[in-house]
Design a binder for this molecule. Structure first.
Ligand code: O7M
Length: 213
C-alpha cells in the first residue's frame, strides 16, 4: 500500500450516510478499512462505491480452507479492494491461496499475526513468530500487529523485515499513534476515535500530525 499520511480509518459502527460523508471528508487517510460490521449492515455494493473514491482495505479476517479463501478474496478484489486482511493461523496452504488470488488481481494481502485484545494471549500470541516467519516466506505484502503494544510491534518488525505493518488498537484501545509508528508500524488503523467523534476531521488531523512529528 502506498504510504502517505500513515492513517487508515476503520469504518465500524456507522451507517451508510456517515460512511459516504467520511469517505469524502477523510481524504487524507491512506485507506478506509471495512469489515463484517460494515458489509453486513450495508452490502458489497457500498464497498464498490467507497473504492471509487478512496483506497479500501477489506478486513474479512479470512480463515478457511484454500478454496473458500479464494472465493472470499476474489469477491473483495472484484469489489475494488486494494488489500484484503486474512488470518495466518489457518496455515500455509490457506495463506498461499490468498496470496495467489491477490496476485491474480494485482492486490495485496495483509496477515494477522497477533491481536490487540487481551484474548490474543490465549492462543494467538504463542504462534506469532511462526506465523510471521511463514508470512515472509510466502511473500505476503504485510502484517497486522497490535498498535497498543509497541514492544510487540518492535518484535514483529524484527521478524518481518521490510513488509508493511498496519497497527490497530489506537485511541479507544489505549494505543498511541506516534508510539506505534516509532515502534515500526507503517500505518495506524483508527476506528471509533475518529468515526464517533463530533468532528472526525479534527481528530484525524490530530492523529496525522502526531504520526508526522
Ligand atoms: O479504533 P477501534 O478500536 O474503534 O477499531 C479498531 C479496528 O481495528 C476494528 O475494526 C477492529 O476490528 C480492528 N482490529 C483490532 O482492533 N485489533 C486487532 O488486533 C486487529 C484488528 C484488525 O483490523 O484486524 C485486521
Amino acid at each position: 500500500m502506498k504510504r502517505g499520511t500513515g492513517l487508515i480509518v476503520a469504518l465500524d459502527e456507522i451507517n451508510v450516510h456517515q460512511a459516504i460523508e467520511l469517505s469524502r471528508t477523510l481524504k487524507m487517510a491512506d485507506a478506509l478499512k471495512v469489515g463484517y460490521p460494515f458489509v453486513l449492515r450495508n452490502d458489497m455494493g457500498m464497498v464498490r462505491d467507497l473504492a471509487s473514491r478512496n483506497k479500501v482495505v477489506c478486513d474479512f479476517k479470512v480463515a478457511d480452507i484454500p478454496n473458500t479463501n479464494r472465493q472470499i478474496v476474489e469477491e473483495a478484489f472484484k469489489s475494488g479492494a486494494s488489500a484484503v486482511i486474512v488470518h495466518a493461523f489457518t496455515g500455509r496452504d490457506s495463506l498461499k491461496q490468498c496470496i495467489k488470488t491477490a496476485n491474480d488481481f494485482g492486490g495485496e494481502i495483509f496477515c494477522i499475526v497477533e491481536m490487540s485484545h487481551p484474548g490474543s494471549k490465549q492462543f494467538m500470541d504463542k504462534s506469532t513468530d511462526e506465523m510471521a516467519k511463514m508470512v515472509v516466506e510466502e511473500g505476503a505484502h504485510g502484517v497486522i500487529a497490535p498498535g497498543n503494544k509497541p514492544n510487540r510491534i518492535r518484535h514483529i518488525r524484527s521478524m518481518v523485515g521490510d513488509l508493511q505493518i498496519m497497527a490497530p488498537g489506537i485511541g479507544k484501545q489505549g494505543g498511541n499513534a506516534r508510539e506505534a509508528i516509532d515502534a515500526g508500524a507503517d500505518f495506524v488503523i483508527v476506528g471509533r476515535s475518529i468515526c464517533q467523534a463530533l468532528k472526525p476531521l479534527d481528530v484525524a488531523r490530530k492523529i496525522v500530525a502526531e504520526i508526522g512529528k
